[in-house]
Design a protein around this ligand. Structure first.
Ligand SMILES: Cc1cc2nc3c(=O)[nH]c(=O)nc-3n(C[C@H](O)[C@H](O)[C@H](O)COP(=O)(O)OP(=O)(O)OC[C@H]3O[C@@H](n4cnc5c(N)ncnc54)[C@H](O)[C@@H]3O)c2cc1C
Length: 466
């Protein structure tokens, strides 16, 4: 842990208590310790300062007062949602205030306009439950339901369904945001069309807590579709499994998810969860979720999919129709990353045009062999976003080899027209690579935007930008 001088005087603590109430300013180390990390793999997780206090405001006005005060005293503020981030984005890397939105929990659903007004601290799980209770659907589903709405927007999170429904950016139509200097802005709202000048809301989405603190958002909802099927389609050759993904979309079928898994890994995950993976064939498998408005459409798309699979030399598929069966398949898929975490050095989240995914993975394996590393692969095959786990390996110069691998595979991704992160963002741990691969002029504009929003660099300092 990084020990640095405490910049927070007793007067400041007193002022914070006046703003949010005594019980919502946490100073005891045993109570702040769970706010010092996120889900970033430990070997690359940034070191947190042990001199932090945690403050839990209830509304945008309190957030504004906290930021005005922090700005005056130049105290770093680290916004924190559910702490499920994978790049160290919410970790307080300097002495300062962890600002947790966990008390901001209101949800108001507008069925007439298919919108929800949601406060930042509502978790994805809570939002799904509230929306489903009134027969509606919130389409995006980034893996961990403990993530909060503020964090999901700040990271522009994606998830398995992005291939059909898009990422958070496609569902957020308005945000209330507090700037580091304390101004409260309402950008957009329950609006499907809005051309009022520069779209600052889009700048806030994906800004990883560096430009403002999101306190509320207006998100779009959909009517719930009633007919679902989950297919597991096995292949002996990875190339065939990945090459079919763009063809499925070209054929007019729009699956809710097209996920790639390696059979050995998914079976091992199922075993650790005391569950059974229902498909024992092939080395490589696609999990495809179909969602349709009628049983007839579901059957039709299932048949079309099976015909196409045969052309790509698929083996015998499994079709799960019962809701329980489908949930179990999804649970196992969702847990792979967590099961792998203990053996993982770093998770790369490369995104390339979907048709290039197969070639990228081939390069990833070749490089791993050349450098002498072990990797595990899984990911969102439908949208070209792969999660590549670099696994712990014994041997000499290991740190240097990990770094070499990352630089080389990122370079390949760029050559294929891709990017170093499709979902997880930059946070702390991807900063050196971001600087390496972003062009100079873009970086200059980004730095100027940060200076404009946050002249004293108090909000999430040291994240994204050098
Ligand atoms: C098992 C697992 C599966 C995952 N699957 C996916 C996936 O499929 N797709 C995907 O995209 N991600 C995935 N993630 C990553 C993670 O869930 C997302 O990045 C999510 O958006 C983080 O939300 P959070 O509330 O936990 O944010 P935190 O981790 O608390 O913070 C993340 C960043 O957002 C900032 N932030 C948080 N709240 C606010 C706010 N109110 N205002 C401004 N800034 C804020 C923080 O400062 C930090 O920079 C997964 C993570 C896990 C552990």
């Amino acid at each position: 842990m990084k020990v640095s001088p405490h910049p927070i005087s007793t007067e400041v603590v007193k002022e914070l208590k006046q703003i949010v109430g005594e019980e919502w300013v946490v100073t005891k180390k045993e109570l702040t310790s769970s706010y010092l990390y996120d889900q970033t793999p430990e070997p690359v997780r940034p070191t947190a300062s042990d001199n932090v206090i945690v403050v839990k405001p209830k509304d945008a006005k309190s957030v504004s007062q906290i930021l005005i005060m922090a700005n005056k005293h130049k105290i770093p503020v680290f916004p924190r949602g559910g702490g499920t981030g994978l790049v160290g984005g919410c970790i307080p890397t300097a002495s300062g205030i962890v600002l947790s939105l966990e008390r901001m929990k209101n949800i108001s659903i507008d069925r007439e306009n298919l919108f929800a007004e949601v406060e930042a601290g509502v978790t994805l799980g809570e939002l799904i439950e509230a929306v489903e209770k009134v027969g509606l659907f919130f389409p995006p589903h980034p893996g961990d339901e403990g993530a909060q709405l503020g964090g999901l927007i700040a990271c522009n999170a994606g998830g398995a369904r992005a291939v059909k429904t898009g990422v958070m950016r496609n569902y957020v139509k308005g945000v209330e945001v507090v700037l580091p200097t304390g101004e409260i802005l309402t950008l957009g709202g329950k609006l499907l069309k809005n051309n009022l000048g520069y779209d600052l809301m889009q700048l806030i989405i994906g800004s990883e807590g560096t430009l403002g603190i999101i306190t509320k958002a207006w998100v779009r909802l959909s009517p719930k579709q009633l007919f679902y099927a989950t297919l597991i389609i096995p292949f002996n050759h990875r190339e065939k499994a990945l090459k079919i993904a763009p063809k499925i979309l070209q054929s007019g079928i729009s699956p809710l998810a097209i996920e790639y898994v390696e059979r050995e890994l998914v079976e091992q995950t199922a075993k650790e969860l005391n569950l059974n993976w229902p498909c024992g064939e092939g080395l490589h498998q696609l999990i495809i979720i179909l969602e349709e408005s009628s049983e007839e459409a579901l059957l039709q798309h299932c048949e079309k999919l099976l015909t196409l699979s045969k052309e790509y030399e698929a083996l015998e598929p499994i079709i799960a129709e019962r809701s329980e069966e489908q949930k179990q398949i999804l649970k196992i898929r969702s847990e792979i990353g967590l099961i792998l975490l203990k053996d993982t050095i770093d998770i790369l989240d490369i995104s390339v045009p979907p048709s290039a995914l197969s070639s990228l993975i081939e390069e990833a394996e070749k490089l791993a062999q050349m450098i002498g590393l072990k990797i595990a692969l899984l990911g969102h095959a439908g949208d070209g976003n792969i999660h590549l786990h670099i696994l712990k390996t014994e041997g000499s110069n290991i740190q240097k080899r990990y770094e070499e691998y990352k630089t080389k595979i990122y370079q390949k991704a760029i050559e294929f027209g891709g990017t170093i992160t499709g979902e997880h963002g930059i946070g702390c741990i991807k900063k050196p690579y971001f600087v390496q691969f972003v062009d100079e002029n873009t970086l200059k504009v980004m730095k100027a935007i940060k200076r404009l929003f946050d002249p004293n660099n108090i909000l999430n300092p040291g994240k994204i930008l050098p």
